[in-house]
Design a protein around this ligand. Structure first.
Ligand code: NDP
Length: 432
């Protein structure tokens, strides 16, 4: 902790993982001799850099960029780039650390990394976003590559930003390779990548329900966020017969008792890049509330899909009191540690983000495979592989929890199942 002061999110993520690995460490004394845990919590490499760019008024703006190359034991570093004013080293380290285990769970050969910048894309013109992305990539290009480190999207980094970054990488390196995922379909992107995280989240819950003779049919679902993950989780849950009654953004939230109109939501958020007040203004019977508060809405299933630490202890008390039976994390670490413990004590099924939202990076892995093959698979092929991966993740975390005597504890199951493969690879590769 002393080495990582002012990195509370990183400490939170490490604490949760290390606590749940205790039975594995006891079973493997050789890990201690090799200081495996001390090594795994230390990134292999941290890059911090200046990002100077010129705004539309001709003024020079300076942001701080990050790439944390956390662990390459099982494959090239892989993880998204977050563009948000809250980005700092601790947040990128927490995300990179989680990514190691998430990527391992997908069964694909990907190490863990994460990056980003404290740039705020909101309110910027298209040309400003382009100049920023070019400046960011001008430095990042020297650290990444199709077999070294393959960044992707995250909060604030969508298809537009990936396109600008890819263009700049190609110009600097003079090589056309799958160095980024989430690319446009005409230059190496994968069908179904846009939908993958949200769909994958719903697929893993569907598999849990199927194994318990249940389904999404007739369920009421609360979703938070209204970005990439939230939109496609809403769409898939409704395709499977559920009714999603909430979405939110950082200023407010919507209650739509008839079920979210996904086409309208996509028009407002993806096409117009507008706020949810626009959604509420254009649809009958919708309530709009300022501030946070999604979780006071009664539901069977809660899917937080906005950001870290957005589900607090009072939120989960309200969820439990209103009969919520399942919470699966679409966002990374949306639930605080005490809220997670409360849900588990109350018998609510809790599926942590590193398993539940792994569909995004899994499909990024499939994009890497298609780029290496120079082939494009159909939407149906990618979607079927995604579903297969989410089903296998559910069983991997369920089996790991059972194996160590903690049936139904998917936090332990996910951490253990993700850790074991990375630990074996690190042990085999010596002290490096
Ligand atoms: P987007 O930028 O598309 O959407 C983010 C959503 O969350 C927006 O509705 C945004 O509202 C809201 N939000 C962001 N920050 C805050 C905040 N501080 N307080 C309240 N609301 C906030 O991002 P994604 O949908 O891609 O990502 C959402 C989460 O899912 C993140 O935790 C991300 O790391 C995780 N994730 C994403 C993957 C992907 O493939 N996209 C893969 C795996 C995990 P507003 O518009 O007002 O900012």
């Amino acid at each position: 902790k002393a080495k990582n002061v002012e990195q509370p999110e990183f400490i939170q993520a490490v604490t949760e993982v290390l606590q749940s690995l205790e039975p594995v460490i006891e079973a493997h004394p050789e890990y201690e001799a090799a200081s495996l845990l001390e090594r795994i919590v230390e990134p292999e490499r941290v890059i911090m850099f200046r990002v100077p760019w010129v705004d539309d008024a001709g003024k020079v703006q300076v942001n701080r960029g990050f790439r944390v190359q956390f662990n390459s034991a099982i494959g090239p570093y892989k993880g998204g780039l977050r563009l948000h004013p809250s980005v700092n080293l601790g947040i990128i380290k927490f995300l990179g650390f989680e990514q190691i285990f998430k990527n391992s769970l997908t069964t694909l050969p990907m190490g863990g990394g994460k990056g980003g910048c404290d740039f705020d894309p909101k309110g910027k013109s298209d040309m400003e976003v382009m100049r920023f992305c070019q400046a960011f990539m001008t430095e990042l290009a020297r650290h990444i590559g199709a077999d070294t480190d393959v960044p992707a999207g995250d909060i604030g980094t969508g298809a537009r930003e990936i396109g600008y970054m890819f263009g700049q990488y190609k110009k600097i390196k003079n090589v056309f390779e799958g160095v980024l995922t989430g690319k446009g379909l005409s230059f190496g992107g994968s069908l179904a990548r846009t939908e993958a995280t949200g769909y994958g989240l719903v697929y893993i819950v569907e598999e849990y329900l199927r194994c318990h003779d249940d389904s999404f049919e007739g369920k009421t679902v609360c979703v938070s966020g209204s970005g990439n993950v939230a939109i496609y989780a809403t769409q898939k849950a409704q395709q499977l017969g559920a009714k999603v009654v909430t979405v939110s953004d950082s200023t407010g939230w919507v209650y739509d008792p008839a079920g979210i109109d996904v086409d309208l939501l996509k028009q407002v958020k993806e096409v117009e890049r507008a706020r949810l007040t626009e959604y509420a203004a254009r649809r009958e019977g919708v309530e709009y509330h300022e501030g946070r508060g999604v979780w006071v809405t009664p539901c069977d299933i809660a899917l937080p899909c906005a950001t870290q630490n957005e589900v607090l202890i009072d939120d989960v008390k309200a969820l439990v009191a209103n009969g919520c039976k399942i919470l699966a994390e679409g966002a990374n670490m949306p639930t605080t540690l005490d809220a997670t413990e409360y849900l588990q004590e109350q018998g609510v099924v809790f599926i942590p983000g590193k398993a539940a939202n792994a569909g995004g990076v899994a499909t990024s892995g499939l994009e890497m495979s298609q780029n290496s093959e120079r082939l494009s698979w159909t939407f149906e092929e990618v979607d079927a592989k995604l579903k297969g991966i989410m089903v296998s993740i559910y069983h991997a975390i369920d089996d790991a929890a059972k194996h160590y005597g903690h049936e139904g504890n998917y936090v332990m199951g996910a951490n253990i199942a993700g850790f074991e493969k990375v630990a074996n690879a690190m042990m085999a590769q010596g002290i490096v």
